[in-house]
Write a protein that binds this ligand. Structure first.
Ligand code: M6R
Length: 607
């Protein structure tokens, strides 16, 4: 999705803006632009990769000046081209804005402004902000007063960065429903939509809340609430290493992030196991009284929720509903004070998930979120948050964040089962011990990645793939299938194996690739029957099972992968790793843009 960077200080702004934008490339974009103030406002934009903008500006040298804003755009309103990309100038060229989000009433505002004689240059919703600022400034004389007038007139979601030729010593920022933060330096300050854009320059940040406005100058920052009153905000320290957001010798971030899974899982699991018990330090929420759980998420986070449903229902005997955030918003959900809403999001900024969280809250649910990005909007608006500690995830396709979300949810299920007394002490201990061994077992799987690469080289040419499995293997298949389709562009679907004969089996023909998941031991025999069923119709079967069932499965299939044995609820934590690697190597073989798959964004901040 779109990215924002802004700089004010004593260094040249343009190279810093380009560098900051390059750190946001992973979020997905289709054009980019920068604006630097130097007496007047100078704008350069370029369609396509940021490299085009860097070449056009000679790495920023053609735009001298120490105040500027930059943007990577992911087109929503209007084609990706030089005109529609940001920054947008007002008609008199005095105000420049960058915007993330959507101005919902832009058509009405555009008509109003056109009636006043303002001529628009782009098709975007964002340009109305620049034009309206210019009109309001004629009344107020200052950007700040005009900005408040504009914020009262626009509806929708926005993170805004604003500079004006008339005020060369200040940059403005405003936020509602789209992330924006301020970075504090010495004699220089920054704004950004994502902390990765500025972590090379400062680790001291403040997250803006909805309705807040910041006036950022070289010597300081003043933040105001929605009523225009000055406020003090808590500063956060970013403590992850810069190298965590670099490739470190790997060809792709995705492979690097898969290889980081043992360490990420250790960070997610170890601090939460003490003396054989699951502990969530600092948790204030009393988890014991809920009669029902609703898990709300999108994409891979939703798939984690599916695993959670099977595990929580089995271990804790509480009904769990897993619901896509985009559906939850509009389905008039039934919620009471006995419902716990568990919201899962890597980025903590997914717009649908955020809106669903607010809706659940409005209806009286308590919110427990599982989030990776510290200080993100979802984390801040939850009653309780459990961080996954996966570290920054740059590849669009999630891997280590998915695994750590699942680890946290598994620990939560074990913890709840312990609280409710629905598992006995021996089972509890055994689950906890098994959870502590997971990082080591993931390392074992990663050591066998050559075999997975070999299978990828056999199967990368298929047009269509089916993932089948039952129970936890079905939930696992959903993720395996999404991983494959999003980065390799192969059509792929996941089915509950029992559903095959109710329709899907008609698609199986000689040569069809079926990835048969048979890790869930209680249903292994059933998994075998489904393998036999699809083999009989000529499918090529790549199976995934546990070490103890490998020999049995191997007799029936074309290729086999196995994972170490573990306790049942934890099987998907191991099972997902070969599927992530398989998707990666297939995409590599097909020459795909693995870290930035077409049309996708890392954090989906529009509906
Ligand atoms: O940041 P979130 O966990 O809220 O993101 C949810 C989905 O957008 C995300 O999982 C998406 O499906 C990924 N592309 C999957 O790899």
């Amino acid at each position: 999705m779109c990215g924002i960077v802004g700089y004010i200080g004593n260094r040249q702004a343009a190279p810093l803006l380009l560098e900051g934008l390059s750190r946001l490339e992973y979020r997905g974009y289709d054009s980019a632009g920068i604006c630097v103030a130097n007496g007047e406002l100078h704008v350069e934009k370029a369609k396509g990769r940021l490299q085009n903008l860097a070449e056009k500006t000679q790495n920023g040298a053609l735009l001298p000046g120490t105040l500027g804003i930059g943007h990577t755009r992911w087109a929503t309103h209007g084609q990706p081209n030089d005109v529609n990309s940001h920054p947008h100038l007002s008609e008199n060229g005095k105000v420049a804005i960058v915007h993330n989000g959507i101005i919902e009433n832009y058509l009405e505002l555009r008509e109003y402004l056109e009636a006043k004689g303002i001529r628009f240059t782009s098709e975007t919703d964002s340009e109305v902000v620049a034009q309206l600022l210019e009109v309001c400034m004629q009344e107020t004389g200052t950007v700040m007063d005009a900005l408040y007038m504009v914020l009262h007139r626009i509806s929708g979601a926005y993170a805004l960065g604003i500079i004006s030729a008339d005020e060369p010593d200040v940059m403005y920022a405003a936020r509602k429903d789209a992330p924006l933060l301020i970075g504090f330096g010495a004699g220089e300050n920054f704004i950004a939509s994502d902390v990765t854009a500025l972590v090379r320059h400062t680790r001291d940040v403040v997250y803006l809340e909805d309705g807040e406005v910041a006036a950022v100058s070289r010597g300081g920052v003043q933040i105001y609430n929605a009523m225009g009153q000055p406020i003090e905000k808590e500063h956060h320290h970013i403590d992850w290493e810069i190298s965590a957001a670099e490739k470190g010798g790997y060809e792709h971030f995705m492979l690097k992030e898969i290889m980081e899974e043992p360490e990420a899982l250790r960070r997610a699991i170890s601090p939460r196991i003490r003396e054989g018990r699951v502990v969530f330090d600092g948790m204030q929420m009393d988890l014991s009284g809920y009669a029902r759980i609703m898990i709300i998420a999108c994409g891979s986070s939703y798939h984690v929720g599916m695993v959670g449903k099977y595990n929580i229902e089995k271990l804790c005997r509480i009904p769990v509903e897993v619901i896509l955030a985009s559906e939850f918003r509009y389905c008039d959900p039934i919620i009471d004070e006995k419902t716990l809403a568990v919201v899962i999001s890597q980025s903590g900024e997914t717009l649908d998930t955020m809106a669903a969280l607010r809706e659940a809250k409005r209806r009286g649910a308590k919110i427990l979120s599982i989030v990776n990005v510290v200080g993100s909007s979802i984390a801040r608006e939850s009653d309780e948050v459990i961080y996954t500690y996966a570290g920054p995830e740059i590849a669009v396709a999630t891997t280590k964040a998915y695994s750590t979300q699942m680890a946290v949810l598994d620990l939560l299920a074990i913890h709840l089962a312990g609280l409710r007394g629905t598992i006995d002490e021996a089972q509890y201990r055994s689950f906890v011990d098994a959870a502590a061994r997971i990082p080591e077992q993931v390392s074992e799987i990663l050591n066998d990645r050559d075999r997975i690469q070999y299978y990828a080289s056999l199967y990368f040419n298929h047009d269509s793939v089916f993932f089948i499995g039952r129970n936890l293997d079905y939930a696992l298949g959903l993720e395996g299938s999404l991983k494959l389709k999003e980065i390799s562009y192969i059509h792929s679907e996941a089915y509950a194996s029992g559903e095959l004969k109710h329709g899907t089996i008609s698609l199986i023909e000689p040569g069809t690739l079926v990835v048969a998941l048979g890790t869930y031991t209680p249903l292994f025999e059933k998994a075998m029957s489904n393998v036999i069923e699809v083999k009989a119709r000529g499918a090529n079967v790549l199976a995934l099972t546990t070490a103890s069932n490998c020999a049995e499965m191997e007799k029936r299939v074309d290729a086999i992968l196995s994972i170490p044995d573990t306790e049942l609820p934890l099987l998907p934590l191991l099972g997902v790793v070969p599927l992530q690697l398989f998707a990666y190597y297939v995409a590599l073989q097909r020459g795909c843009d693995i870290d930035k798959p077409r049309n996708l964004a890392k954090s989906v901040t529009v509906e």
